[in-house]
Design a protein around this ligand. Structure first.
Ligand SMILES: CC(C)(COP(=O)(O)OP(=O)(O)OC[C@H]1O[C@@H](n2cnc3c(N)ncnc32)[C@H](O)[C@@H]1OP(=O)(O)O)[C@@H](O)C(=O)NCCC(=O)NCCS
Length: 196
């Protein structure tokens, strides 16, 4: 299937928020609309180290703000003019992987190493198993290579399909796209694709 994949830019902020408004996601946990803002570990969090903004409206408002400021990065997939998929691929890892370090064996990167971190996929239910997450990941890797990144990294689990971790993307997909397991701890894998 042919999808149009667009890099998320400030002018697409409303498209982004609308996708989360209307697309079932996060259904395996509390079904709440996350707007993909809960992964951040900067001062935008509220309350007692809880990284879940309290209401969907608040998450939506933060998402718009983050997209417009360029600190929420990734790719939207369009089909028939509608957004049907999202991949969070962030260049500023300091905003996103700190909380993950408690669980995944993620190293501190040397200052001169540029890492693109893939954090989350949301594919509309009627568009799953059509190769869309794969196309999004391939685009992340292509642009990251063109932009001079050293590698793309993702944080997956073994056997995550059908679990609340599905959004991380299946290991089989990463392997198919040329990633290898760089570090592993208790079933949690840091997978990398070198670009240089
Ligand atoms: C997991 C997910 C990202 C996969 O996206 P997708 O576009 O369907 O994946 P693809 O079609 O590119 O599949 C790539 C590979 O992943 C694996 N895979 C994907 N879905 C699978 C499934 N349901 N069962 C087994 N393997 C699967 C397969 O190896 C597949 O390759 P193949 O089709 O050649 O066998 C998608 O199902 C999804 O978005 N799930 C919901 C995630 C979510 O809740 N996000 C919100 C969190 S707040």
């Amino acid at each position: 299937m042919e999808f149009e994949i667009r890099k998320l830019t400030p002018d697409l902020a409303e498209d982004y928020a609308h996708f989360f408004d209307v697309t079932p996601h996060n259904v395996l946990t509390d079904g709440g609309k996350c707007y993909c803002v809960t992964w951040r570990s900067d001062d935008s969090y509220i309350g007692n180290g809880d990284h879940w903004f309290s209401t969907p409206e608040e998450r939506r408002a933060h998402a718009l703000q983050f997209v417009r400021s360029g600190s929420l990065q990734g790719y939207l997939a369009y089909y028939g003019g509608e957004v049907v998929g999202w991949c969070n691929a962030n260049a500023d890892c300091s905003l996103c992987i700190d909380y993950l370090r408690s669980f995944w064996p993620i190293e501190e990167y040397p200052e001169d190493v540029r890492v693109k971190s893939v954090f989350c996929f949301v594919i509309a239910p009627n568009m799953q198993r059509k190769g869309l997450a794969t196309q999004l990941l391939e685009r992340v890797c292509k642009d990251a290579a063109d932009d001079g990144f050293d590698f793309v990294e993702a944080y997956a689990n073994e056997d995550l399909i059908g679990t609340e971790d599905e959004f991380r993307g299946p290991l089989a997909m990463y392997e198919k796209c040329g990633f290898h397991t760089y570090a592993e701890r208790e079933g949690r894998a840091v997978v990398r694709k070198a670009l240089k």
